[in-house]
Design a binder for this molecule. Structure first.
Ligand SMILES: [Zn+2]
Length: 208
């Protein structure tokens, strides 16, 4: 894919995330792998209202190579995700309300209660808090990237990476809705959990 089309994808999916209230205000950042570089939203941009000028091409050290804006302050978190996972081409980081609620209460989404979520996520772990934009945050969050595509970030938000922008976005949509369901189940007295046998049955569907 050429750079122009990559920019169009980030703008379009950023807009959709805005429409769905997944990325309020100035929060969050989007990126895409482009050859040996990364296209990322600039510092201070709003994912729901992106234009081409809000996207910066940078190298794997976080240095901009095109455009005159500063890459997002979470740029090294994106770099680390791409470094660890060759299968990941797009990353979405957001402060969506339901996922962020779990992140703020330090509650991982790890109870097997819906087949789709067991199938796609297994669980969504919670990474310890690190100051936004810090190396500490990169270290604490990135240790989950080897085993998970989606991670809650304590007192902060959520990050997901995938092969295509559509897959990353749909995983975000699924996770945010899952967080809403889990919250509802807690209000309603608690969900009935799957037994391990049922979890194994769901996971066996992956091989078909
Ligand atoms: Zn953030």
């Amino acid at each position: 894919m050429n750079l122009e089309n990559l920019k169009k994808e980030l703008i379009e999916y950023g807009r959709l995330a805005g429409v769905k209230n997944f990325t309020p205000g100035y929060s969050g950042n989007f990126s895409a792998r482009f050859e040996d570089k990364i296209l990322i939203t600039s510092s201070g941009s709003s994912n729901g209202y992106l234009s081409e000028e809000d996207l910066v091409l940078m190298d794997f050290n976080g240095n901009p190579v095109e455009g005159n804006k500063k890459p997002s302050s979470e740029k090294m978190l994106h770099v680390e995700f791409y470094k660890q996972r060759e299968d990941v081409n797009y990353i979405i980081h957001v402060h969506s309300p339901y996922l962020s609620s779990f992140a703020c209460c330090h509650i991982p989404l790890d109870e097997p209660i819906m087949a789709e979520n067991v199938f796609y996520f297994g669980q969504i772990p919670l990474a310890e808090y690190g100051l936004p934009g810090s190396f500490d945050l990169v270290e604490k969050t990135s240790k989950y990237f080897k085993d998970y595509n989606a991670v809650l970030m304590a007192n902060h938000g959520f990050i997901v990476g995938d092969k295509t922008i559509k897959d990353a976005f749909l995983k975000l949509e699924l996770a945010e809705s899952y967080a809403q369901v889990v919250l509802n189940t807690k209000l309603m007295g608690g969900a009935v959990l799957f037994t391990q046998k049922k979890v194994d049955e769901i996971n066996s569907l992956k091989k078909k």
